[in-house]
Design a protein around this ligand. Structure first.
Ligand code: ZN
Length: 180
């Protein structure tokens, strides 16, 4: 397993539409999912789509276990979702590709999710609560959409500027460290 670099805005790859996995869940794909999970835990985050490490495949990993709970890794290959209600609820979201930015997004409170799991088994389940929020956020990544794309233009621009500025500062301090 390896920790991969997480892409951040405004990296154009985050706008790419990811392609379906063909040929089922192979060892190679499991190795990718292992890396994704390790990268997500290291960040730390609760969900990660393959495109966030630059791989445009329809693959998501997630772990919604609380800090005191045992890890509960979940893997989604070629996921499809169907909203089951018109009821929307706001939730304050964040994203590893938009570090340190949080804002409310409204999404359907319940949806149906179909996917292949880590072993290639077909799963069909109902997502509610945190799971519904997270799977919809991650599904957006597969379409090249970020949570800030649901916000106003001004808020979106502010978010991108904030990440760019933080990156510039980080690069600067790395430089002065290596010079010292
Ligand atoms: Zn995200």
């Amino acid at each position: 397993m390896a920790i991969r670099e997480i892409l951040t805005v405004p990296d154009p790859r985050l706008k790419e539409v990811s392609k379906p996995v063909e040929g089922g869940v192979t060892d190679e794909l499991r190795a990718l999912m292992d890396d994704m999970l390790e990268t997500m835990y290291d960040a730390p985050g609760i969900g990660l789509a393959a495109i966030q490490i630059g791989v445009p495949k329809r693959v998501i990993v997630m772990d919604l276990a609380g800090p005191e709970e045992e890890p509960q890794p979940r893997y989604f290959v070629n996921p499809e979702i169907l909203p089951l209600t018109e009821d929307l609820a706001p939730y304050e979201e964040g994203c590893l590709s938009v570090p340190d930015v949080f804002d409310e997004v409204e999404r359907p409170t319940q949806c149906r999710v179909r996917y292949l799991d880590y072993n290639g088994k077909e799963v069909d389940e109902i997502a509610e609560g945190m799971f519904a929020v997270c799977i919809q956020h991650e599904m957006d990544h597969l379409e090249g959409t970020l949570f800030i794309d649901h916000l106003s233009r001004l808020k979106r621009q502010r978010a991108v500027d904030k990440v760019k500025k933080a990156k510039r500062l980080e690069a600067k301090s790395a430089k002065s460290r290596s010079a010292a």
